[in-house]
Design a protein around this ligand. Sequence first.
Ligand SMILES: Cc1ncc(COP(=O)(O)O)c(C=O)c1O
Length: 247
Amino acid sequence: MDPLCEIARKHRLAIVEDAAQAIGATYDPGSKAGNDGQSLSRGKRAGNLGDLGCFSFYPTKNLGAYGDAGIVTTNDETLKERLKALRAHGSKKKYYYDYVGVNSRLDTLQAAILLVKLKHLESWNQTRRKWAALYGELLKGSEVNIPYEAPYAGHVYHQYTIRIQQRDELAELLKSRSIGSMIFYPLCLHLQQVYRPLGLGKGDFPEAEKAQREVLSLPMYPELTEEAVRYVAESVKEFALSGVTRK
Ligand SMILES: Cc1ncc(COP(=O)(O)O)c(C=O)c1O
């Protein structure tokens, strides 16, 4: 983020962070530590690095509401006032409208639920890191690409996404063993119907398309058990190994 912020400053651009999957994640360019399965205490938090930070509280997120919810964070007073108006039909003073806004107020009931869950977020995130570290340890040295955590980053593992060439076969095997897995995401942005008018197509973003074919997210939530993580990792390793023998 530091190099990005530097470019933005130079060209007078604003940075809007999409931190929807990164609530609680940390950034500390000075740090040499990797995922020790624990600490999230270093550096600054995602959503506090640019001009605006956007978070989703969609029920599946690390901090999930019981319905739709989200927030925008900023340290800028002017932006704060503008955002407050925009979320309420563009109105600063009731029934007087300064901007064309939207109805995007955080529902009070959702806010109450989130306030209760917020107290647990840090420990839930740390538990996710513990399972990620265990997956990493168990899958290290196999034919599977595991997530890389840069020394300056404190990942909160909204997903634990591996990459493997025979991804669909692996997903089938996991399913046959009652292990859930998901593809995040199955179709690149430039190949989506909505962006057809841009005239982009297959081959325009080869790395993104390769990722689309190879990614698979393994079970990841705080309530996992060591036994479950070991069962998943063993199944993945077994599959990877059988691939090596097939080659
Ligand atoms: C990275 C990212 N950005 C944005 C969103 C959108 O969040 P919401 O559906 O709450 O607007 C999501 C949720 O799926 C997400 O994962």
